[in-house]
Design a protein around this ligand. Structure first.
Ligand code: PAF
Length: 289
């Protein structure tokens, strides 16, 4: 079993010794638990590239708005510990709220103003402040050499990269490609909310990416035309309640009028009462999907 730490001071002591006295490299995978194949891939990458792998499991309240799913977010530490053991994780950090936001916490916040209010930020205005604040706190606890983030949350990855660059944080951010179920649905802890019928409709997200890629392959480069066709296709499925956005941007999240290889399609929508996000990197026409 990996060592389980609940207190900041305990994991700091443990890591201090490994880093300073023994010169070990530290890989870090921050998570909110209920680990799935996507997390497993982050962990595998970390164990390959570092001497020690630390996984944090913490459902961070400050990144949820009051109307969101903080209370019902799935939690199962025992199951997560078993997965971490299977993958040779060295230490799990699973702090309490009191440990991360102790009494007297001054509501200090980290913000990347350029990126926090677009796309996801339009619908979840305080989300990324919560994410960045906890990620920086976790970085300060673990002080990793490398930290692993999934491309599934593409805007989160870009914002974390920007924070690290702007604040000169000495950690290397390693992006890891989205892991999909065999039928194309992106792995997410929130997939457990979907009924079988809703899950079937949620596949329209991945299929709309294939449709967009095919349009691009056939020479359609106008972002508006591609987005319109994706929208039409997705909305032809039952249980799709609302599309929050479909956007096509360059790799740094700037909107594009004409699509090129390497651009991103980002999408957020509601299937029943579940909000899903996903994204797709436009590939060269000859790429095998
Ligand atoms: O991606 C997540 O699971 C969370 O946003 C993170 C990075 C662990 C911060 O709470």
């Amino acid at each position: 079993m990996p060592l389980l730490f609940k207190r900041v001071k305990d994991i700091r002591n443990y890591l201090q010794e490994l880093k300073c006295a023994k010169g070990k490299s530290i890989g870090f995978v921050p998570t909110m638990g209920y680990l799935h194949e996507g997390h497993k891939e982050l962990i595998r990458r970390s164990t390959l590239q570092n001497d020690i792998t630390v996984v944090s499991i913490y459902v961070n309240p400050t990144q949820f708005a009051p109307s969101e799913d903080y209370n019902k977010y799935p939690r199962d530490l025992e199951r997560d510990m078993a997965i971490c053991e299977e993958l040779n994780v060295d230490a799990v950090f699973a702090p309490s709220d009191k440990e991360m936001y102790p009494e007297g916490f001054g509501n200090t916040e980290v913000r990347v103003k350029d990126l926090e209010s677009i796309l996801e930020g339009e619908f979840r205005p305080t989300h990324f402040r919560g994410v960045l604040t906890i990620v920086l706190k976790l970085f300060n606890v673990v002080q990793p050499d490398r930290a692993y983030f999934g491309e599934k949350d593409y805007q989160q990855l870009k914002i974390v990269e920007k924070m690290v660059k702007d604040l000169l944080i000495p950690v290397q951010i390693i992006p890891v490609e989205t892991v999909r179920e065999p039928d194309g649905l992106a792995c997410s802890s929130r997939n457990v909310y979907l009924s079988p019928e809703e899950r079937e409709s949620a596949l329209s997200i991945y299929r709309s990416f294939l449709l967009a890629q095919e349009m691009f392959n056939q020479g359609e480069y106008k972002a508006d035309v591609i987005k319109q066709e994706m929208k039409r296709f997705i909305l032809s499925h039952p249980h799709i309640k609302k599309i929050d956005y479909i956007a096509i941007t360059d790799p740094f999240l700037n909107p594009k009028e004409f699509v090129e290889v390497g651009d991103r399609i980002l999408i957020a929508l509601w299937v029943g009462n579940t909000r899903l996000i996903d994204n797709w990197k436009i590939k060269k026409p000859e790429t095998q999907l």
